[in-house]
Design a protein around this ligand. Structure first.
Ligand code: MN
Length: 177
């Protein structure tokens, strides 16, 4: 996807959001969830992969309950610098509204992998298959999750709809919608 769409949607003279910079990921792969009080409030779920943040808008937010499947609409890739962004996007700009960091931490594939490069290979393969499994090590979100890409049907307009689902593990919390 790259960052052309991210740039095209924004005027960096009028939004405090970061323009794509020189940040290169190193060490552990990172994730962030930002609460976005836009016209339609949602949570932005972002995972570092291939030097960008793969991004999904989750209207109901992530859940630790494995029995719920929350719609996650894939949005444009964001630059790695966005991981630290919190602030108010002024009226008249794309995504106007307040952004706060709701959770953040590291993430990794569920399959064991020794190096950052090996982890990226496994994650990229899952992402491309539309069966993207990973383990989150955040403050709120912990343990195994999957993003499953929906295929076909009227819900899959543009092919951007996924479901975010918690796996059953020691961190799962039944009954927490
Ligand atoms: Mn958003």
């Amino acid at each position: 996807m790259g960052l052309a769409e991210y740039r095209a949607k924004r005027s960096f003279r009028s939004t405090p959001e970061p323009p794509p910079g020189a940040a290169k990921g190193r060490g552990d792969l990172r994730f962030v969830v930002q609460k976005h009080e836009a016209t339609r409030p949602h949570y932005d779920f972002r995972l570092e992969l291939d030097s960008v943040l793969k991004s999904w808008a989750v209207p109901k937010g992530p859940s630790m309950d494995p029995s719920v499947k929350h719609l996650a609409m894939q949005t444009e890739d964001h630059p790695l610098e966005y991981r630290k962004f919190a602030g108010v996007i002024p009226e008249g700009n794309y995504g106007a509204g307040k952004v706060t960091i709701w959770d953040e931490g590291t993430y990794e594939p569920i399959e064991p992998a020794k190096t950052r490069a090996e982890r990226a290979v496994i994650l990229r393969r899952g992402y491309k298959k539309g069966d993207f499994k990973f383990r989150l090590n955040g403050r709120k979100l912990k343990g195994e999750f999957v993003l499953v890409k929906l295929k076909g049907g009227p819900m899959a307009k543009g092919g951007n709809n996924w479901l975010l689902i918690k796996h059953r593990d020691q961190f799962a919390k039944e009954g927490q919608k």
